[in-house]
Design a protein around this ligand. Structure first.
Ligand code: CA
Length: 233
């Protein structure tokens, strides 16, 4: 099945590069250089759009207005690409329904990896959530509430386990501080980011070969945390 990507980017050089790279990967690409073009392509795309790659700074407006419209109409994953690198902005976009956010310049490999995560996540949205996570010797079974590292059981406290479970359910995606605090501790704790730092430190001490150089549990500064995506099944 060919997946259709709506690519919205006004920089002609970057648009051409991304279009070529995505086509090589087997995607069908609808390319737009403005909000008006993007809206027209979105409305008339035959067979629909499976994923949107959205630049923010466009000649006839801000990509965020298109994000708002897409979210009202569909659950199509949206990856924002932008030169803007404000943490407040990133959090705002994720809360507004963007699936992920890449700051320019980014590598093509990174874009493709994030696209795969977003597509897989949407594709499995109607199936039972991921309950088993395996990556580089780390095994987490949410149903059995068990964690193993290179074949050895790892003991986690209930809070550590709950935090890890939230990241496993969205493996490969950044999960905001606010979302983690609300889900693990409760909605009244969303400002208590020091809890997260403490418990993430404990998780890294148990799960990372070198907690100072994490290879599994990544910090997205000022935004949240990301658990590296699982090994392919
Ligand atoms: Ca732009």
């Amino acid at each position: 099945m060919t997946l259709t990507v709506l690519l919205v980017e006004d920089d002609r050089e970057l648009r051409r590069t991304l279009r070529g790279a995505l086509e090589v990967e087997g995607y069908r690409v609808l390319a737009a250089a403005s909000l008006a073009d993007a809206t027209a392509l979105w409305s008339h795309a035959e067979g629909g759009v499976d994923l949107v790659v959205l630049d923010l700074g466009l000649p006839d407006g801000d990509g965020q207005t298109l994000l708002a419209r897409l979210r009202r109409e569909a659950s199509t994953p949206v990856l924002v690409i932008s030169a803007r690198d404000g943490d407040g902005q990133k959090i705002g976009l994720l809360d507004a329904g963007a699936d992920d956010y890449l700051v320019k310049p980014f590598s093509l490999g990174e874009l493709l990896a994030r696209m795969r995560v977003a597509l897989r996540r949407r594709g499995t949205a109607l199936q039972p959530a991921l309950t088993r996570y395996v990556r580089d010797g780390l095994e987490v079974d949410l149903a059995a509430r068990s964690v193993g590292l290179h074949g050895q059981p790892v003991h986690l406290t209930p809070t550590e386990f709950e935090l890890l479970a939230q990241l496993v359910r969205r493996a490969g995606q950044v999960v905001t501080h606010r979302a983690l605090l609300a889900e693990v501790w409760g909605p009244e704790f969303t400002e208590h980011t020091h809890y997260l730092r403490l418990y993430m430190g404990q998780l890294r001490a148990k799960l990372e070969a070198d907690p100072a150089e994490p290879q599994r549990l990544f910090t997205e500064p000022g935004v949240g945390y990301r658990l590296v995506e699982p090994d392919p099944p």
